[in-house]
Design a protein around this ligand. Structure first.
Ligand code: HEM
Length: 167
């Protein structure tokens, strides 16, 4: 079975990294750097007994969890998990939907990064914050649903294939 797949799969098709993976990977490394820098700043702030740390602690956490960790893992998953490619779906998944999910997670995260410290520092308050944070959550949840929808079936395949499989 594996022999058959390798015979029909050009090497380039097996090794070329997906656009979604490259985009999400690059973005995740940006969040990794920003999250670690923010962590270092927070640590310094603790050492100096500064009182602004709590306003940025959850941003540090979200940037590193959602922005770095989840985005990196999901980006790699799009590339690595077994897939069934076909003529009308050459990547084995709908790339536009995957890019939409990438946009949703980043838009949701950036909205939170913008709103939460302002709220914690009491620069803004009221419905603007509630609506903004709810919207941020909906955007990120939307990304999660798309990922689950697109990646679910790929856990039920053992091998990738570059040609359509009819049965
Ligand atoms: C993947 C790596 C990391 C993850 C997932 C992570 C996650 C977290 C989480 C969940 C918190 C609690 C946030 C809160 O609700 O207040 C936190 C706090 C903190 N982290 Fe990290 N962290 C990471 C790396 C780092 C690094 C590299 C540093 C330092 C260079 C750092 C420094 C801090 C500090 C100082 C706090 C306390 C912030 C506060 O005062 O509330 N973290 N981190």
């Amino acid at each position: 079975m594996l022999d058959r797949i390798l015979r029909v799969a050009p090497v380039a098709a097996l090794t070329k990294m997906d656009k979604v993976t490259r985009l999400m990977g690059k973005l995740s490394l940006v969040y990794l750097a920003l999250g670690f820098i923010l962590g270092a700043v927070l640590m310094a702030g603790k050492g100096l007994s500064a009182n602004w740390g709590s306003a940025w602690g959850s941003i540090h956490a979200h940037v590193l969890f959602a922005g770095w960790f989840v985005q990196f893992a999901v980006g790699i998953a799009y590339w690595l998990l077994p897939r069934r490619k076909s003529a009308d779906r050459p990547l084995g998944y709908d790339e536009r939907l995957a890019l939409l999910a990438c946009g949703l997670i980043n838009a949701g995260l950036l909205l939170r990064v913008a709103l939460e410290p302002l709220f914690n520092l009491q620069v803004i308050h009221g419905p603007l914050v509630t609506v903004g944070l709810t919207f941020s959550g909906i955007l990120q949840a939307g990304a999660g649903l798309i990922w689950a929808f697109q990646l679910w079936g790929r856990f039920f395949r053992r091998y990738s294939a570059t040609t359509p499989i009819t049965k």
